[in-house]
Write a protein that binds this ligand. Structure first.
Ligand code: ASP
Ligand code: MG
Length: 594
């Protein structure tokens, strides 16, 4: 018999009428012959109200008591939902996290799910009940009530779908689905019919606030198709599915992160450990570092720029000031007037020229790119904040994201069938080490690439665009691209290509560098690209830091970095690749095995 999990967010259960409407949806699925598990959030803004109430009594309420308090919101909802089901003449049973047996760790207010028992839910379903589960909550080893963090009901829902082997998890919410970009920012944004888990993780990290990120990590790990749809209308919604099942749009979404700041550390020694020394104190403060670019050193020094949320720039600078001084470098003035604009799409991994198109339209719009980073499925550029909205609209239009037509949208039978084979043994294994534990699925060494750097290229609109167009014209496929900041007038651009295409790329770079009056070009025939990819890298930060640490300990210098939600890439000298691979494998042995 098929099983669906239906999750209803706060706005979808905000009052008695909405609760009844949600109950009718569940009953309809039940009538169609599905077993139904509902997961519900606290009514409306109830969680916010409880948080304010706590703050009136205690500025710093103990986290354990916070969880005790907040879990009541969902308890109210499940009880009322069960009454609603009963009023419609069907059998419904409400269960708290503890009653289900959702075991978590003890980190109150941000607990991670360790294991879930299915016995009780299965028995109730088999007796013909609709099971109504409280979202967002669990219980630790000592029977303390825990919560999963704001928005955590999504994670409960996808986790229950995973362990129950549900055909799909439907997320009913107050928006129509996932949009190509935030429709409040760009009214022409369209609904995306299908995105894959990785794209969704990238988009979520860029502020597409529809889903709790950890729920997407669950979806990916256990291959649960997730259908995000409105509880108010019968629209097609958006499906979050496995890569193979997306329609293969080149770009599926674009995003703007408005308030960024760029920190630049100039002239620090280009030796193993420098990167670690700079980023460790920042990571220890839990400041999220985003775009990291490093230019290839002229002499024995290198410069590194990175972005942090604007509000955290001052703190980031203050914690690295001493380190930078010790290293003999300097800090450039922080640029607080920058925004990040990104395009995300699985199609980029296979289709050349996506970066070129993006650089070209931005150049034609007269927008200068301060720094550039690329990963397999994301290209991000940093622009002046005054240009940010323009840049977003330009990119969004270039990839026709404003022209997607709504279409019927259902999980395909092949997508549900696939779960039965692949996911269930994973679940059994993961219930032992913890369902939300970090898993590294791959550590790869790519020894086929070469690197080229154009040093001191004028920092003005259009140069990246024309450079990469000329390179594409030669049929050279570019993998990583990094444009780093040198000073207001000057940038450096580094990129990697297949080794056999190095000479062609160098020829173009030489031409271009003459034309632009650049200082010189620099290239290295043998580089090694090391990539660590996994699931849970968003919620378990530290994979980047762990990689830097492992490489520093082995005395291996990091030459280029690009990070995304699912992967950390570092480029090291070609002679260090094999050793680098080994030390990363050792470092992540535990996560790799599982
Ligand atoms: N009620 C919780 C919150 O508001 C959990 C959720 O809605 O997902 O964050
Ligand atoms: Mg919510």
């Amino acid at each position: 018999m098929s099983l669906v999990v239906q999750k209803f967010g706060g706005t979808s259960v905000a009052d008695s009428e909405k609760i009844l409407a949600a109950a009718r949806k569940a009953v309809r699925a039940h009538q169609h012959g599905h077993q139904v598990v509902m997961v519900v959030s606290a009514m409306g803004k109830n969680t916010d109200t409880l948080i304010s109430l706590a703050a009136e009594i205690n500025e710093k309420p103990p986290a354990r008591e916070m969880d005790m308090l907040l879990s009541t919101g969902e308890q109210v909802s499940v009880a009322l939902m069960a009454m609603a089901i009963d009023s419609l003449g069907y059998k419904g049973v409400s269960l708290t996290g503890a009653q289900i047996g959702i075991k978590t760790d003890s980190s109150h207010t941000k607990a991670r799910i360790h294991s879930i028992s299915t016995d009780r839910m299965k028995a109730l379903l088999d007796e013909g009940n609709i099971v109504i589960a409280a979202g967002f909550q669990g219980i630790d080893d000592q029977f303390n009530i825990t919560t999963l963090g704001r928005g955590g009901s999504d994670t409960t829902a996808v986790a229950l779908a995973a362990v129950l082997g549900a055909d799909q998890c439907e997320i009913y919410t107050d928006v129509d689905g996932i949009y190509t970009t935030d429709p409040r920012v760009l009214p022409e944004a369209c609904l995306v019919p299908r995105v894959c888990y990785d794209e969704m993780l990238e988009l979520a990290s860029l502020g597409a606030g529809v889903m709790h990120s950890r729920s997407i990590e669950f979806g990916k790990k256990f291959n649960v198709p997730i259908h995000v749809r409105s509880s108010l209308s019968d629209g097609p919604g958006s499906l979050i599915v496995d890569d193979a099942d997306t329609a293969g749009m080149v770009v599926s979404g674009a995003a703007l992160t408005r308030d960024e700041a760029m920190v630049s550390v100039m002239d620090v020694p280009d030796v193993p450990g420098t990167i670690l020394k700079i980023f460790k104190p920042i990571a220890d403060r839990k400041i999220t570092v985003d775009m990291i670019v490093q230019n290839v050193s002229d002499d024995d020094t290198t410069s590194i720029s990175f972005t942090v949320p604007r509000g955290e720039a001052a703190e980031a600078v203050s914690v690295i000031k001493d380190v930078v001084a010790e290293l003999g470098g300097t800090l450039a003035p922080v640029n607080e007037n920058v925004s990040k604009v990104s395009a995300v799409g699985l199609g980029m991994a296979h289709e050349a020229g996506v970066a070129n198109r993006m650089f070209r339209v931005l150049a034609d719009a007269g927008i200068n790119l301060e720094i550039i980073t690329t990963s397999e499925i994301k290209i991000s550029v940093l622009v002046d904040r005054t240009n940010a909205l323009d840049a977003l609209r330009t990119i969004h239009g270039e990839f026709s994201l404003d022209k997607i037509e709504a279409q019927p949208n259902e999980v395909r039978p092949s997508e549900t069938a696939k779960r039965d084979v692949s996911a269930l043994d994973v679940i059994e294994r993961l219930q032992v080490i913890g369902m939300e534990a970090l898993t590294i699925d791959d550590i790869v060494l790519d020894n086929t690439q070469a690197r080229i750097t154009i040093c001191k290229i004028p920092n003005r609109p259009g140069l990246a665009a024309s450079l990469f167009e000329q390179i594409a014209d030669k049929g050279v496929f570019v993998d990583m691209i990094v444009q780093s900041f040198n000073n207001e007038q000057i940038a450096d651009i580094t990129f990697t290509v297949k080794r056999e295409q190095l000479q062609d790329a160098v020829a173009v770079a030489e031409e271009a560098s003459k034309e632009y009056g650049c200082e010189k070009i620099d290239f290295r025939e043998r580089i090694s690209k090391l990539s660590v990819s996994g699931i849970g890298m968003r919620s378990h930060t530290g994979v980047a830091m762990g990689s830097f640490e492992a490489l520093a300990e082995a005395g291996i210098n990091v030459e280029m970095i690009s990070t995304s939600e699912v992967r950390v890439n570092v480029v090291v000298d070609g002679d260090d690749g094999a050793r680098g691979l080994e030390c990363l494998q050792t470092r992540f042995a535990e996560e790799l095995e599982s």
